[in-house]
Design a protein around this ligand. Structure first.
Ligand SMILES: NC(=O)c1ccc[n+]([C@@H]2O[C@H](COP(=O)([O-])OP(=O)(O)OC[C@H]3O[C@@H](n4cnc5c(N)ncnc54)[C@H](OP(=O)(O)O)[C@@H]3O)[C@@H](O)[C@H]2O)c1
Length: 300
């Protein structure tokens, strides 16, 4: 499995990342099943796992952490990303009236402590600010992230769903470099390719992570764009004796920005074989053929 180095640190991430947002949706959310998914990912060379404090209504980190607690050697074999700043209005927080964002130092520090506890670890490899907070005090947030890196509780910091003005403001208040931006990208979600996000990510030396690289499964559903592009993906998959999901990942991997897809399947059999995506050939014209089929429009 290819690895991608993060700026200004000794850290690297696996080119494919396993995202655990849906971990607690699995009807079998036993520790044994969680461990089977971790092992299947590691066997593919996928060593980076993407969490957020809120996943599974605040339960996924704990679920994953139980597997880590049972095997003291496991943590060292992986990189853990987590995120914070979204405050869900759920049964876990009956006093909250609405969902809101919090990038205050106190909130970030408390959230990291909880993530570390739940994951049974003493450091995160990367902490992301999950969504841009319109009330962010960049000096306070930046100082909090710097201090967490200095303390060793997080090894690096990044952002998610940020546009350039937002991350540049935060970066301008930090000593350490922001290392990643995680945004939605897939054959069905092409915005970042044209709205400047992917260009600015490259200009600023961030590593782009693609969430919902199969459009959260909608690629296999009934919406028109999915129905237009799927036969083409299926034809390419048949030609290269591979799977449709892997062709969709290969389409992202082809981009010169070195996109890291964050894969979200709950099925061990779909985790198995994921590394094959890196070997799939997609030439320039085919890349655009997929783009055009998905968007439904010829290029201008
Ligand atoms: N930063 C953010 O704001 C943000 C937002 C959303 C997600 N994320 C991250 O991105 C990760 C991935 O997101 P995602 O789960 O939406 O990714 P995804 O890989 O686009 O979608 C996964 C979904 O697709 C289904 N699927 C996969 N292969 C399939 C196939 N061959 N046929 C039919 N269905 C198929 C899966 O079902 P099965 O489980 O049955 O395979 C699962 O429900 C998350 O875990 C999280 O870490 C981040």
């Amino acid at each position: 499995m290819q690895r991608i180095s993060l700026t200004e640190s000794n850290l690297s991430l696996s080119r494919l990342i396993y995202g655990v947002w849906r971990l607690s949706d699995d009807p079998d959310s036993s520790i044994k099943q969680v461990r089977a998914k971790i092992d299947a990912a590691l066997a593919e060379g996928i060593t980076t796992f993407d969490h957020a404090d809120i996943y599974g209504n605040y339960d996924c980190e704990q679920l994953f952490g139980q597997a880590l607690a049972l095997d003291s050697g496991l943590r060292a074999k992986m990189e853990l990303i987590s995120k914070c700043d979204i405050c869900l209005n759920t049964d876990k927080f009956p006093d909250r009236r609405v969902k809101y964002y919090d990038t205050s130092a106190a909130y970030i520090n408390a959230s990291v402590e909880l993530s570390l506890q739940k994951l049974h670890t003493d450091y995160l490899d990367c902490l992301l600010i999950h969504r841009p907070d319109p009330l962010m005090n960049a000096a306070e947030t930046g100082a909090a992230l710097d201090a967490l890196i200095d303390s060793g509780k997080i090894r690096s910091a990044g952002v998610s769903n940020f546009h350039a003005p937002e991350w540049r403001l935060l970066q301008s208040h930090m000593r350490h470099r922001l290392v990643v931006n995680q945004v939605e990208m897939s054959v069905l979600c092409q915005d970042a390719f044209l709205n400047g996000d992917l260009s600015n990510i490259q200009t600023d030396g961030l590593v782009p992570l693609a969430w919902s690289p199969l459009a959260g499964g909608r690629l296999f559903g009934t919406e028109a764009a999915a129905q237009r592009v799927r036969p083409l993906l299926a034809k390419l998959a048949a030609e290269q004796n591979t799977r449709v999901d892997l062709v969709a990942f290969a389409w992202l991997l082809k981009h010169p920005a070195h996109i890291l897809p964050v894969v979200g399947t709950n099925q061990v059999t779909r985790i198995q074989g994921l590394a094959e995506a890196l070997a799939i050939e997609i030439d320039r014209e085919t890349w655009f053929e997929i783009w055009i089929a998905a968007s439904g429009n010829e290029l201008p």
